[in-house]
Design a protein. Structure first.
Length: 106
């Protein structure tokens, strides 16, 4: 069986935020490139992957108890906003304002 040439193009599908797609389109026009693929290839060729360090925080799974109506609101909202329930929980917790000097009950 013959090996594929490294220069043979193969499709790659991935999700991007709309803002990054707009940046690709802008770069394509400014640089006079003919396709999105050309922009992506240029970005990959120029990027120094040796210096890249992932910024994602370590995640841990937790379990909590919620009233049925609250869980229902989360589920319906996640479908309406097309995001996961976990994403809604993360933004709600991140937005939680805790007054300085207050400590939780033990």
């Amino acid at each position: 069986m013959a090996k594929k040439s490294s220069s043979t193009a193969s499709p790659l599908t991935f999700d991007l935020p709309v803002s990054l797609i707009a940046k690709i389109e802008s770069a394509q026009k400014k640089l006079g490139l003919t396709s999105t693929s050309e922009v992506v290839r240029l970005a990959i060729a120029k990027f120094n992957f040796d210096r890249y360090e992932a910024t994602a925080e370590e995640h841990r799974q937790i379990s909590v108890r919620l009233p049925g109506d609250m869980k229902s609101v989360l589920t319906k909202t996640s479908k309406k906003k097309k995001v996961s329930v976990g994403e809604l929980l993360r933004v709600a917790l991140d937005d939680l304002a805790v007054p300085a000097g207050k400590k939780g009950k033990k």
